[in-house]
Design a protein around this ligand. Structure first.
Ligand SMILES: *[C@@H]1O[C@H](CO)[C@@H](O)[C@H](O)[C@H]1NC(C)=O
Ligand SMILES: *[C@@H]1O[C@H](CO)[C@@H](O)[C@H](O)[C@H]1NC(C)=O
Ligand SMILES: *[C@@H]1O[C@H](CO)[C@@H](O)[C@H](O)[C@H]1NC(C)=O
Ligand SMILES: *[C@@H]1O[C@H](CO)[C@@H](O)[C@H](O)[C@H]1NC(C)=O
Ligand SMILES: *[C@@H]1O[C@H](CO)[C@@H](O)[C@H](O)[C@H]1NC(C)=O
Length: 526
């Protein structure tokens, strides 16, 4: 063991002198169908890693990480700058370091009951490889975790933390075995593994049925009125209890959403955990119950996000929340959006929302792929799903969104468990019988942002000249701490594109070809 350590240290030294990187552990490919690309398989003894960014010779070389349909997964390349742009470039990109937009909070996924259940089914070493893949410096370095508050559809049963009717003082409140066995240990392990500060945010799907008009976890129902009355206050107290119990386990929250998809609770016979709020009831609930209760109990630093639903509802939802109760704005820091109807609604609504409420951040809190009843929820090796993640993230980030959260961190081969049979896909699919997990192309899509655009990065202007179409997307950031410009480029189509990148000042250019069906992160030091 010691010998091995020496050997690695010497290897590291030699490689530093020669300015090459220690080879990463490559992807163990598994192809299920030639219609799709491959997944990368990890088990108890093997898991692919990502090469670190190199901080040497940065005047001469830039670095790029590429993921492609043809087989690359976050593979690192070091390339020389050119002194001028290529004359035959089809796409010229010019970034401007001094034109700044929003600051980034980060990227991550959700530790749901189902995610924890799947991770728990693996052996200890395989679990560590899974946590490392998402959170370590050899992995994609997630720094955001969404934590579901009691039962959601991605649970194995319906439950709340206090299913005792009439327990208004919540004396019978307790966390569940899902928290103690499936969620808290893995969140703690992620925090321990991460070189970054991991930010947690909480979301609830439903109050206990006894607090609701329809006496059910699902379906259409709201808290029993009046707003700011006994039931609404008890629901605020329930959040305080949740934060108290998690604090006892060493977990403090950065933020919360005021309700997951509040509009679901008005859909007749909605099929899983839901609870309705209108912008007006959400406004009063935050101003009169939630905001003051968090402050009174030492949780006033937890940022509250409104909406947590499709962008379709913007900017109207924000306008109605902020205009309804004059006290609410002081308690609200953010506006949360889900991705499900993004293809139908222009990102302009994000811009409009930002223009009106520039002091509130916009944050993407949920996304996943599902075919529902039309086909399998999980498509092993789908590259198209990875591309649409990259496309949506670039679109969001180009319109003031400050970070992006995927849904379940790990699902089983069917896309569950889910008590309501609402199966979906995930960047990591657990194969329990093989004590292994499969890293989907979507996992690497997330990594192109999460690993290279750390918290504190700022989006900067990126102007383009030449090719413009739906399949081509790009965005740029700077990170003053690391002195880096970070660009992310996507070519979703079936032909390659010649492009050139520069800043118009440094006399350095990148001339390269963006392969068909590929995306890349480029790191340029300044
Ligand atoms: C883990 O995967 C590696 C690479 O595919 C393989 O060589 C090894 O036998 C596997 N280990 C176990 C315990 O299955
Ligand atoms: C990109 O810039 C180069 C060099 O200035 C020029 O020759 C080329 O026509 C430009 N391409 C586009 C698409 O504008
Ligand atoms: C909670 O309320 C119940 C009755 O509703 C009462 O018996 C109990 O003492 C109360 N507990 C606390 C801690 O106030
Ligand atoms: C649920 O929706 C139905 C149909 O719109 C309506 O009749 C019923 O009153 C609603 N129930 C609740 C509890 O809101
Ligand atoms: C899961 O693991 C089992 C046991 O190794 C293997 O037979 C099966 O093919 C794997 N499933 C997938 C989808 O890779």
């Amino acid at each position: 063991m010691n010998f091995l350590k020496y050997f690695i240290a010497i290897l590291a030294l030699i490689s530093q002198i020669l300015s090459i990187n220690i080879e990463r552990t490559p992807c163990e490919k598994r192809l299920y169908s030639t219609l799709y690309s491959h997944v990368c398989v990890c088990n108890s003894t093997y898991c692919d890693t990502v090469d670190p960014v190199d901080f040497t010779n940065t005047d001469t070389f830039y670095q790029e990480y590429i993921t492609s349909w043809s087989g690359l997964r976050l593979e690192k390349f070091k390339q020389k700058f050119d002194p001028e742009p290529a004359p035959d470039s089809q796409l010229n990109l010019t970034f401007s370091k001094s034109k700044e937009f929003q600051q980034i909070f980060g990227f991550g996924g959700a530790m749901t009951d189902a995610s924890g259940f799947n991770i728990y089914s693996l052996s200890a070493l395989t679990i560590q490889n899974l946590i490392n893949s998402y959170f370590s410096k050899d992995g994609i370095e997630y720094n955001i975790i969404r934590v579901s508050v009691a039962g959601v559809d991605f649970s194995t049963r319906t439950y709340s933390y206090d299913d005792f009717a009439g327990d208004f003082n919540l004396s019978k409140f307790s966390l569940s075995k899902e928290d103690y066995e499936w969620k808290i240990p893995f969140i703690q392990s992620a925090i321990k593994t991460s070189p970054r500060e991991v930010k947690l945010f909480a979301s609830a799907w439903s109050a206990p049925p006894w607090m609701k008009t329809n006496n059910d976890y699902k379906g259409n129902g709201t808290l029993i009125g009046p707003v700011a009355g006994k039931y609404f206050q008890t629901w605020a107290d329930y959040y305080v209890k949740f934060f108290d119990f998690y604090k006892k386990n060493g977990l403090h929250f950065w933020a919360m959403t005021a309700q997951n998809e509040p509009t679901d609770g008005y859909l007749y016979k909605f099929s899983f955990n839901s609870m309705g709020f209108t912008p007006e009831t959400q406004s009063d609930f935050i101003a009169k119950n939630l905001g003051p209760s968090l402050r009174k109990n030492g949780f006033g630093d937890i940022k509250i996000m409104i909406l947590d639903d499709q962008r379709l509802f913007l900017p109207g939802w924000a306008e109605r929340v902020f205009s309804h109760n004059s006290q609410v704005s002081q308690y609200v820091q953010g506006i949360a959006v889900h991705w499900y109807l993004d293809s139908l609604v222009s990102p302009k609504v994000l811009e409009l929302t930002h223009e009106k409420y520039a002091d509130k951040f916009i944050f993407a809190t949920e996304a996943c792929h599902a075919l529902g009843s039309f086909g399998p929820a999980v498509i092993l090796g789908s590259f198209e799903r990875a591309e649409s993640y990259v496309r949506d993230i670039i679109e969001d980030l180009s319109h003031w969104v400050t970070g992006w959260t995927d849904w379940n961190i790990a699902l089983d081969l069917k896309g569950g468990p889910n008590w309501a049979n609402n199966f979906v896909d995930s960047p990591v699919i657990v194969n329990k019988t093989g004590d292994e997990f499969l890293k989907q192309p979507m996992f690497y899509a997330m990594g192109h942002f999460s690993k290279f655009v750390p918290e504190g990065s700022v989006r900067i202007e990126l102007k383009s000249e030449g090719l413009k179409n739906m399949n081509l997307a790009h965005v740029a950031f700077k990170n003053d701490k690391n002195k880096q410009i970070i660009l992310i480029l996507l070519n979703k189509s079936s032909q390659s594109v010649k492009y050139s990148i520069g800043d118009g000042e440094s006399g350095k250019f990148i001339n390269a070809v963006l392969e068909a069906h590929s995306f890349r992160t480029i790191i340029w030091f300044y």
